[in-house]
Design a protein around this ligand. Sequence first.
Ligand code: 5GP
Length: 214
Amino acid sequence: MLKKKGIVTVISGFSGAGKGTIVKHLMADHHNIYNLSISATSRSPRVGEEEGVDYFFKTKEEFEQMIERGELLEYTLFNGNYYGTPKSYVEEITASGKDVILEIEINGALQVKKFFPQALLLFVTPPDAITLRDRLVGRGTEAIDVIEQRLALSYEQSFNMSEYDYLIVNDDLNSCVDLVHSIISAEKYRCFRNTDNIKEMQNELKIFSKGELK
Ligand code: 5GP
């Protein structure tokens, strides 16, 4: 019987691509499979955000102490605020063979890949740039100059897209959530993630290869 190992999946994407919504739906549909890593940040909570649910909210000094103590798997400065993934949770979940999802930006994603080379990196994008602009404008939450900054950042980020393993085009939300779940499920069958199973099969076959059936 194939023993499947847990996977660290990193989901990034352009601001406005809908990665947060995809992750929320993925967790709602498959909460028995996926464990969501909760990041630490030095930004202030937004209305409705809860400590320990959306983020672990820290002061800048507290965050810097976490960095010094080596408590973060990765961290970055984004829009003037620190964001980082606490190491302990990810290590605990992966050690128990379960799946963990990280919804983080690109610098952090690439740091995770260095720490966990077997991490699966998914990049979420809208079908085209016009849709991205329209979604940002349609949200009506940001001023035009902020939207322009986000689009300029998206252009810069587009140069790192090819470092990801899969490109997730978010056209229809439900299909996208199903697609992400399918990709993660299929990844578990990759041979390089199943070296223990291969070894076990080799050991069993070795016994039969010595003419044990006669
Ligand atoms: P927001 O302030 O809108 O919640 O998040 C801003 C950006 O920070 C998003 O792109 C989000 O994915 C990213 N982010 C959230 N948590 C982390 C983290 O732990 N590490 C990194 N590198 N980025 C994060």
